[in-house]
Ligand binder design. Structure first.
Ligand code: SF4
Ligand code: SF4
Length: 147
């Protein structure tokens, strides 16, 4: 008999505790979002794959000096550049990042003297195709990214 009453009391008590926690948190600001319909703002220091920021004319700031490719310990970066007739600086014609071996160490970004390389905020890069991670960084952002 006592055990029976004790179990009723414990069940009621745990129910009340649960209801109290639910009631209390109902009026708190939510800390989660309805992903994928909503996403959180990423911290400033978040490191996604590297990308080539554009200048005011919509062209990459990169001058194809190759310093980033030389600095990369994983040989992730391949690029080509040329100097057009009469131009004062080299132009980039190819810039490929093999993200499968990138460790996000940041040596490429640090080695660039032209602020022409930065970390992106892309994180939603899941894919079953490894080829999706060999990225042509000269394509408009997002087009070459895996779904
Ligand atoms: S972050 Fe590091 S590993 Fe990745 S491309 Fe740059 S230098 Fe290479
Ligand atoms: S170091 Fe900067 S300017 Fe030089 S090739 Fe790399 S991204 Fe371009």
């Amino acid at each position: 008999m006592w055990n029976y009453l004790k179990e009723i009391w414990l069940g009621t008590y745990s129910l009340m505790v649960g209801m109290w926690i639910t009631l209390r948190l109902t009026f708190h600001r939510p800390v989660t979002v309805q992903y994928p319909y909503q996403t959180l703002k990423l911290p400033a220091r978040f490191r996604g794959h590297v990308q080539l920021p554009l200048d005011a004319n919509g062209k990459p700031k990169c001058v194809a000096c190759m310093a980033c490719a030389r600095a990369c310990p994983s040989n992730c970066i391949t690029m080509e550049g040329h100097k057009p007739e009469g131009a004062t600086r080299r132009e980039l014609s190819k810039y490929t990042l093999d993200f499968t071996t990138c460790s996000l160490c940041g040596l490429c970004v640090e080695s660039c003297n032209f602020d022409a390389l930065e970390f992106s905020k892309d994180y939603n890069l899941a894919s079953l195709d490894k080829g999706d991670y060999v990225m042509d960084l000269l394509k408009p952002a997002g087009k070459e990214q895996p779904k």
